[in-house]
Design a protein around this ligand. Sequence first.
Ligand code: 5GP
Length: 193
Amino acid sequence: MKRGLLIIMSGPSGVGKGTLRQMIMENKELNLYFSVSLTTRLPRAGEQDGVDYYFVSEEKFKEDLANGNLLESNYFVSHYYGTPKDKTEEMRNKGVNVLLEIDVNGARQVMDNCGEDDKPLSFFILPPSLEALEARIRGRRSEPEDVIQERLSKAKREMSESVHYTHSVVNDNLDVAAEEIISFIKKEIDKEL
Ligand code: 5GP
């Protein structure tokens, strides 16, 4: 059986990655599993444990990290985030394509650690403009000003990393951006057959 693809999606916070991810996951032809990350931050309204993230204590996170259970990890705006390694491997070995929604530091770790013949397909989601991104982050109204400023400055730094990804997609229109990503994934799946 052909091993499943590893697909990375990154982009500045507030760019619409979460919504795009849900739209992509709805396409059953892609045979995708969304890798649920561990995080030490608190859930936002509507987020569910085990669905959006596994919300864990810092102690549990550090234990998993020390035991080599994470494929990659990062510290972002005062919290840890990481991808469980076992589940990713298990699904890929079953032929299921695995989607990671991770930040640029985590993506770098995955890209640097994979073999030449096992390069992930990677998408960097760009906002139509920085002004549009700021409006989206503020519109979420869930965070204090210093956190918003930190997220914005990180976004600017992150955007320069888009060159390391196999694809850059501008999220000006959700349907168009989702279709673009879906068609790139389909092309890759067809290549593997
Ligand atoms: P948020 O707090 O907005 O859900 O996520 C903050 C940032 O962490 C986003 O850029 C998101 O993609 C990233 N992130 C989420 N899960 C992981 C993970 O497992 N590893 C890494 N490196 N970044 C993650």
